[in-house]
Design a protein around this ligand. Structure first.
Ligand SMILES: C[S@@+](CC[C@H](N)C(=O)[O-])C[C@H]1O[C@@H](n2cnc3c(N)ncnc32)[C@H](O)[C@@H]1O
Length: 201
């Protein structure tokens, strides 16, 4: 898609930046959002945190184009690609926070491996994240939430925040995603958890 090839915010070959993101962009902290959809969260959070580089990752080209037709944040860049390539794009320890917002639930058991919180993906994410990195996960899907809590139990991660109704109170430091707004409009609860990476002894 020509629009994406020409867009200044799209990183055409992220592997060229492997190990160099912080020096190239001159930010001390890097946040990666995986499955950014139409980019509302990326845009709003980057504005809230101007000292941080916000990298959006989205594999769907059409959705990426919709996101990038709106204004892009100064401190934000976009990757059109699949999270299965994370280790080709980022060096060990390079990312400080990972956000997963309303990841596809893949309800059938035979597709659980495709979930962005499956063993395969958390292992990739653990490799590219820094020592005390945080993983922030929101979903409307009870089954995916339970699954993630159980799968991530086996990794060096400490659960530091947990809510089964995250939007019960106003949260000025966390933007509402497109999917989140949809579920809130339906009066559905939002599940949310945050984990911090632990040292392996
Ligand atoms: C349900 S949508 C949620 C979009 C947005 N985060 C929100 O909360 O409104 C999930 C998004 O994740 C993207 N996605 C799913 N698996 C992915 C993967 N392996 N790599 C990159 N993006 C992925 C999908 O294309 C889709 O746009």
């Amino acid at each position: 898609m020509d629009f994406l090839l020409a867009h200044s915010k799209v990183i055409q070959d992220p592997s060229v930046l492997k190990g160099k993101w912080k020096t190239e962009y001159k930010y001390k902290k890097i946040v990666l959002e995986i499955g950014s959809g139409k980019g509302d969260y990326w845009r709003k959070m980057a504005d809230l945190q101007p000292d941080t580089l916000w990298i959006a990752l989205e594999r769907d080209k059409n959705v990426s184009a919709i996101a990038l037709k709106k204004d892009s944040p100064e401190n934000g860049v976009w990757i059109v690609g699949d999270a299965e390539n994370l280790e080709n794009w980022f060096e060990m320890g390079e990312i400080d926070t990972v956000h997963l917002n309303f990841s596809d639930p893949w309800p059938k058991k035979r597709y659980h491996k495709r979930r962005l919180t499956s063993n395969l993906f958390i292992e990739r994410m653990l490799k590219i994240t820094s020592k005390n990195a945080e993983f922030k996960f929101k979903t409307d899907n009870k089954d995916l939430f339970e699954y993630t809590m159980l799968v991530w139990e086996d990794y060096p991660l400490k659960l530091v925040e947990f809510s089964v109704d995250f939007r019960r109170t106003e949260k000025s430091d966390d933007a509402i995603t497109e999917y989140e707004q949809h579920f809130m409009d339906l009066n559905q609860v939002i599940y949310r958890a945050v984990w911090r990476k632990q040292d392996v002894k």
